[in-house]
Design a protein around this ligand. Structure first.
Ligand SMILES: [Fe+2]
Length: 147
């Protein structure tokens, strides 16, 4: 997952929607406008106080968005090079990020089950729209999709 592209950003130079109050809350270094330092094992200390449940839920939602951002970045990079080795590795990593999306989405369903009816309603609305124009909708479960 990649949240920022360069070190020592000040808060005004971090592009939206990457800048998030939740990241600022979770990553203490971001509170003073600098990047977290990964040069030693103890640089990424946890937030000074524990997250509330709603802060955790919003943080997981943000992490899902960050995973999609990483997928976009890796696929865009793969499409931008003719180097076959780089393309293969980047697309493999992009698929791994999709697994991370699945992990975070499942965690979110456990942390915020009250949100599930909204997601299911959205799924149903899209399926109805697709049915109206004759687009087949595969049945999917955790074990795969059937056509
Ligand atoms: Fe990831």
């Amino acid at each position: 997952m990649m949240l920022f592209s360069s070190a020592n950003l000040n808060s005004s130079s971090i592009p939206e929607p990457t800048l998030s109050i939740f990241v600022l809350r979770i990553i203490p270094e971001c509170q003073n406008g600098t990047m977290p330092e990964f040069s030693h094992a103890f640089s990424g200390l946890a937030a000074k106080s524990k997250l509330s449940h709603s802060e955790l839920v919003r943080s997981v939602r943000f992490m899902i968005a960050a995973e999609y951002e990483a997928i976009q970045l890796y696929e865009q990079l793969a499409e931008s090079t003719d180097n076959e080795a780089a393309r293969k590795v980047l697309l493999d990593i992009a698929r791994e990020e999709m697994e991370h999306v699945g992990e975070f989405r499942r965690l979110l369903s456990v942390l915020a089950p009250q949100d599930e009816p909204f997601y299911l309603h959205g799924v149903k609305e899209t399926e109805e729209t697709l049915a109206e124009i004759g687009v087949p909708v595969p049945l999917c479960s955790s074990s795969g999709c059937m056509k």
